[in-house]
Design a protein around this ligand. Structure first.
Ligand code: B12
Length: 362
């Protein structure tokens, strides 16, 4: 750069991403497919299109929902369209001359962790591996850990890629990964649930983490020719494992107890089924965030969750003080046998804005 000339790098996605987002917002599947196929025709690799267009559009849509600009229904339809575009794109690329034959570079499993219903990242990871010549068995969303292990049986591939999109799913991720380690498989993980730079992947038991599908495919292709590791035990300090077992056993009971406290404090909630359901879900997610912070021994996880939850409440014009109240309600029901869980619930509460509304009806 010379003088005061400002140069900014442009990518083919600068113009195609807004066009793609307009198409999925309008529910226009054909235009969405056309945007992706035009990029392919112009020589951009399908892998780049998956990350630069399809994954990027999902991120933009997620932000739109978080900020109250995209409704849940619009987001669902957009995900369905993107799933169709992904399939068309990769099927076309796999038929092109020079494509690597599927299965020529070994076989692998891709799985979403227990509790994870974000299936598209796993589908995208699978398609990138397929394009690289791997025979991929993609096990859809949220398979219970033990069932996944039973399903993979006696002859699993050397390596598995697991995806987790929300940090609150990490306790489930550690069960899934524990089961896969027990089968004798290398576990690669990816997805925003594993934290910035995969900071929480190790605590969940993964062998390795990758920031992108392409980097993940590189790592997996290095692992596939190796011999399988011996079956390994789940990892984690015993006191943490004990509290996570307690949480798993009693989570539903604690959430119900917290809902009862909420209804006693704010009796008007009981007038709406929807409000009671939302309260139950929000308390459940908040308790999962407390569990995930306990697993990783990282209070920043629950602090980030509290900040994110407040942002969502504000954007949707819902009472922001409920976030702090949720932590208070949970502190009232998590027993003293869970000191680590209680400490993380307190860390979440401390990260919240001060409660500025009356906290009890009447
Ligand atoms: C679509 C969507 C849904 C759909 C999923 C439908 C489907 N068919 O998949 C549905 C409706 C089910 C859903 C539900 C929920 N969702 Co949602 N969802 C999304 C959204 C908009 C897109 C997800 C996606 O496809 N991302 C595309 C992926 C590819 O992008 P990425 O994660 O950035 O991935 C990159 C890397 O992480 C990496 N990578 C990802 N996976 C993998 C895997 C491997 C192996 C490797 C190597 C790399 C890798 O590569 C990618 C490219 O660079 C995200 C927003 C977002 N930013 O992702 C929210 C989001 C993940 N959801 C969110 C929430 C809160 C929920 C719900 C709790 C909402 C609710 N109240 O019900 C539920 C929870 C459901 C559950 N238990 O799983 C939040 C999570 C917030 C948080 N702090 O954790 C997000 C971030 C939205 C937001 N901005 O607030 N959701």
């Amino acid at each position: 750069m010379t003088g005061d000339t400002i140069t900014s790098a442009t990518t083919p996605f600068d113009t195609s991403l807004p066009r793609y987002l307009d198409a999925v917002h309008a529910g226009d599947r054909r235009s969405a497919v056309a945007v992706a196929m035009n990029l392919l025709d112009s020589g951009i690799s399908p892998e780049e299109i998956i990350t630069g267009l399809l994954a990027a559009s999902q991120t933009a849509i997620g932000l739109g929902w978080q900020e109250g600009r995209w409704s849940v229904a619009l987001e669902h339809r957009a995900s369905a369209i993107t799933e169709a575009v992904l399939q068309t794109l990769t099927d076309t690329a796999m038929r092109a001359p020079g494509a690597i034959p599927e299965g020529s570079r070994g076989r692998a499993v891709v799985a979403c962790t227990e509790g994870e219903w974000h299936v598209l990242p796993g589908r995208m990871a699978s398609e990138v591996l397929r394009l690289r010549g791997v025979d991929v068995s993609f096990i859809g969303p949220s398979v219970p850990a033990e069932e996944l292990a039973d399903f993979l049986g006696d002859d699993p591939p050397t390596a598995v890629a697991v995806t987790c999109s929300m940090p609150i799913s990490l306790p489930g991720a550690s069960r899934t990964i524990g089961a896969l380690r027990g089968l004798g498989m290398y576990v690669l993980c990816g997805g925003r649930g594993f934290g910035p730079q995969g900071a929480w992947a190790g605590a969940a038991g993964a062998d390795t983490w990758a920031p992108t599908f392409s980097a993940g495919a590189d790592l997996l292709l290095e692992l596939l020719p190796q011999s399988r590791p011996s079956p390994r035990l789940p990892i984690g300090p015993p006191e943490v494992t004990a509290e996570l077992v307690l949480l798993r056993r009693d989570q539903a009971t604690w959430v119900e107890a917290a809902v009862s406290l909420a209804l006693a404090k704010w009796p008007h909630l009981a007038e709406s089924d929807r409000a009671v359901r939302a309260t139950r879900e929000d308390l459940g997610s908040t308790l999962s965030a407390v569990g995930a912070a306990t697993l990783t021994a990282d209070s920043s996880l629950v602090e980030q969750y509290a900040n994110w939850f407040e942002l969502v409440m504000r954007a949707h014009r819902l009472p922001v003080w409920f976030v702090a109240s949720a932590f208070e309600l949970l502190l009232a029901v998590i027993p003293t046998e869970g000191p680590l869980l209680r400490a993380m619930a307190q860390a979440g509460l401390d990260a919240c804005s001060p409660i500025t509304a009356p906290i009890a009806d009447g």
